[in-house]
Every structure is written in structure tokens, then in C-alpha cells.
Write a protein that binds this ligand. Sequence first.
Ligand code: AP5
Length: 219
Amino acid sequence: MPVYIVLLGPPGAGKGTQAKIISETLGLPHVSSGDIFRENLKNQTELGALAKGYMDRGELVPDDVTIAMIHDRLSREDCKKGALLDGFPRTPVQAEALDGMLAQLNGKVVAVPYISVPEEVLVDRLGGRWTCRAEGHVYHETHNPPKVPGVCDIDNSPLYQREDDKTETVKRRIGVYLEQTSPLIDYYRKQGKLIEIDGTQAIDQVTTKLLDALPRIEN
Ligand code: AP5
């Protein structure tokens, strides 16, 4: 049966950082809704043009568009054993749509690690984040700096700062998270799937906690 893990947490909690580290260990592809939108922006697709305004304002892209995009992604061959979801679902409507999609694929969400980090730490993390142009590898100028400033350690591509990491937009994104996404904490807690992880620890400690807490996955 395909298995799906949903990474939950506010913007800057470290979802993308952890997903990139643990997806290989778990043998599950990393499916990030934010990365797919950014890829579409870069390739100047119709979807990218539609998403841009919402992303620049720090708002969510409408549910119907996002759900269709993730449905398409999860239907691909590399997701036939499941996926590690990062940034989706983000509203109760998306969570219900995901349950429906996974039922069609004979799979289910098996665990929902919720990485919690206080707001003041999030603002610092996003203000200092640098992302690689080619593959989206993530760095922080103080907490996780690249070996050479401005260059990705892994693929040598240039690093850039995201447009939506400006302080005002970050505050808006945190507000949107509290309003629209945080109800999912209870949604998954009631299903007994929520695993709370303290995201204020160092990156490698968070990884260890996550891997220890996740159920064993047979691939
Ligand atoms: P998205 O890209 O998903 O952004 P996000 O959820 O706001 O998450 P981030 O990528 O900002 O943070 P993260 O938790 O991955 O942190 P990271 O690991 O990078 O979404 C962007 C936009 O797309 C949305 O605003 C929306 O418009 C749209 N969108 C996406 N999904 C959608 C959906 N489902 N529905 C509708 N719209 C959607 O880490 C952050 C920084 O901290 C890095 O610098 C990192 O090096 C550092 N760091 C990480 N962990 C630690 C640690 N333990 N200690 C110290 N530093 C750390």
C-alpha cells in the first residue's frame, strides 16, 4: 500500500530542509507544493502566472488549482509507493481532497510530523534564507551557511533570496498559516497521526527526532 507522510509547520519551520534530508532515507519522493509553484514561475507557465500574485502577497493559491496540481503530481510513476508531502495540504478543504485522492490510489496518510517553531525565530530564519536556483537546496547565512557564500555546495548553482521572504510578506504568511493551516493540527491529532517535533533544535537534531518518531516504512 502506498504511504504518505505530511510535513506540517509554519513558514520557515524547516519543512523543506528536513524533507530534502529524509526523503532518501525513507525512500519516498519529496513533493513540495511551493517548489512546484516556483518551478512553474521559472518556466513562465500559465500555472506560474496564476500563482505569482498570491505568492508575492504571501497568500494561498486557490484550493482548486493547488489540489489539481498535487493530484497530477501524485499520479506520476515515481509516487507509486507514496510520497513525503511538504506544504500540502494547507487548508481543511485540501486535507479532505488529499484523503479522497489517496483513497483512489489505495493509500493513506500514515504520519504527520508537526515541526513547531515560535514566530520570532521564523522571521529570523526566513530573513537569512538563501535558496539554490537549480534544485532548491536551502541554506541560512548563520545557521547553515554554504561553504562559498552565494554558491550551492551540492550543485554549484547560484543562491538567491526568495521574493516572499521580505519581512512584511513573511508576517502575512505567518498570519495566513495561523488562520488557514493551523486547524490541520487538530484534524490530524484527532486521527492519531500527529507527531510533535521541537523545530528550535539544530537541523541534525531535528532530523534524528523525526526519523526516530516516524513509523517504519516497508518499500
Ligand atoms: P512554500 O514554499 O511551501 O513556503 P512555506 O510553507 O511558507 O515554507 P517555507 O519554504 O518558507 O519554509 P520551510 O518550513 O520549508 O523552511 P526551510 O526548510 O526552507 O510556499 C510558498 C508559497 O506558495 C505560499 O505562500 C503560497 O502562496 C504557495 N503555496 C504553496 N503551497 C500551497 C498550498 N498547499 N496551497 C496554497 N498555496 C500554496 O527553512 C527556512 C530557513 O531556516 C532556511 O534558511 C534553513 O536553512 C533554516 N533552518 C531550517 N531548519 C533550521 C534549524 N533547525 N535551525 C536553524 N535554522 C534552520
